[in-house]
Design a protein around this ligand. Structure first.
Ligand code: FAD
Length: 292
């Protein structure tokens, strides 16, 4: 099933993200965790490609398992930075063979090893190059891309960031998932600007439930996200008590999601980080709203 059928329906959707194992030996435990999340029957699940500490080796295996054995539509992530054309062609063929029809086309992060390298010889320098490749592959993929309500860290300014975002949509990107954010006003402001720039595809709001204090620093480092005072107070108060922090983090994410739904942002993606207990609690908090 193409995700645009869900995302364009006007009904509330809730989806979860998982990441592949870091090592081969962790495969079974990650598969079990992702299956527990699939049993919650989210609107769809995405499987990252090498992000969140996972490798890219098992992205398709996990996406295929969830789709075939649990009937949950899946979105396979794919990155292209510094990849050769041959490698990307092989990956595209593998996605086709796995019967996965939804692909999140990403550039990927510039790791410290890549930062200093001369990029002139790269076959793919930006996500838009991968989107064009996917369109030219002849497969009828539903393609998604990433967007940044708080501006991508490499962008000079938001105007430039949105200009390149529009280029991705014009190249064939049919929906956009946001980087995590902790203040919904940032998303509302961003939406206003992208709609004004002529970007009309569905936006999927990415929400990260922060369930332990260490995650806060990592989240800021990874995304540069602004942490509202209300959120910081919650970490100050409960950060040293793991159970209380988890409960407070889930409540904060739930509150954020309900506010999004109430403001007609119907598609929300939860960065559930292979944590079935967190996904289950969020699903339970929202179950009667999904599909409305
Ligand atoms: P791009 O769209 O290429 O943008 C990167 C930067 O280049 C931006 O500053 C943009 O404005 C600029 N730019 C874009 N096009 C052009 C152009 N034509 N000319 C000049 N400048 C341009 N990483 C992983 O490794 N694996 C994952 O599975 C993964 N999943 C993600 C899912 C989501 C929803 C998000 C938000 C991020 C994810 N990431 C993942 C991280 C992502 O790879 C990084 O944020 C990366 O730095 C940028 O990827 P992009 O696809 O947004 O790149």
């Amino acid at each position: 099933m193409k995700l645009t059928e869900i995302l364009n329906s006007g009904k509330i959707s809730l989806s979860f993200e998982v990441f592949p194992p870091k090592t081969d030996t962790a495969f079974e435990s990650v598969k079990l965790a992702t299956e527990e999340i699939a049993k919650l029957r989210p609107s769809f699940m995405s499987v990252t490609y090498g992000a969140g500490g996972g490798t890219s080796k098992y992205t398709l295996d996990i996406a295929k398992d969830i789709k075939e054995n649990y009937g949950v539509p899946t979105l396979a992530h794919l990155t292209c930075v510094s990849s050769t054309r041959e490698t990307v062609h092989e990956k595209i063929e593998a996605i086709k063979a796995a019967g996965v029809s939804n692909v999140m086309a990403l550039r990927g992060d510039l790791t410290p090893e890549l930062e200093g390298k001369d990029r002139c010889g790269w076959a793919y320098r930006h996500a838009v190059d991968l989107i064009r490749e996917l369109k030219e592959s002849g497969a009828d993929f539903c393609i998604g891309g990433a967007c940044y309500p708080e501006i991508h860290p490499e962008s000079a300014n938001q105007k430039e960031d949105i200009k390149y975002l529009k280029e991705k949509v014009d190249a064939g990107c049919e929906f956009l998932t946001t980087q995590m954010f902790f203040d919904n006003n940032l998303l509302y402001n961003f939406l206003y600007k992208i709609r004004e720039a002529g970007i009309t595809v569905p936006i999927v709001a990415g929400i990260m439930p922060i369930t332990n204090a260490n995650q806060v620093e990592r989240a800021i480092k990874l995304s540069g996200s602004f942490m509202p005072h209300r959120f910081k107070s919650l970490v100050d108060k409960f950060g040293s008590d793991p159970d209380a922090m988890k409960q407070a983090g889930i409540a904060y994410a739930t509150d954020q999601i309900i506010d999004l739904f109430a403001n007609n942002i119907t598609n929300v993606h939860v960065y559930s980080m292979n944590k079935p207990d967190v996904a289950e609690k969020i699903m339970a908090n929202l179950s009667d709203m999904i599909g409305k």
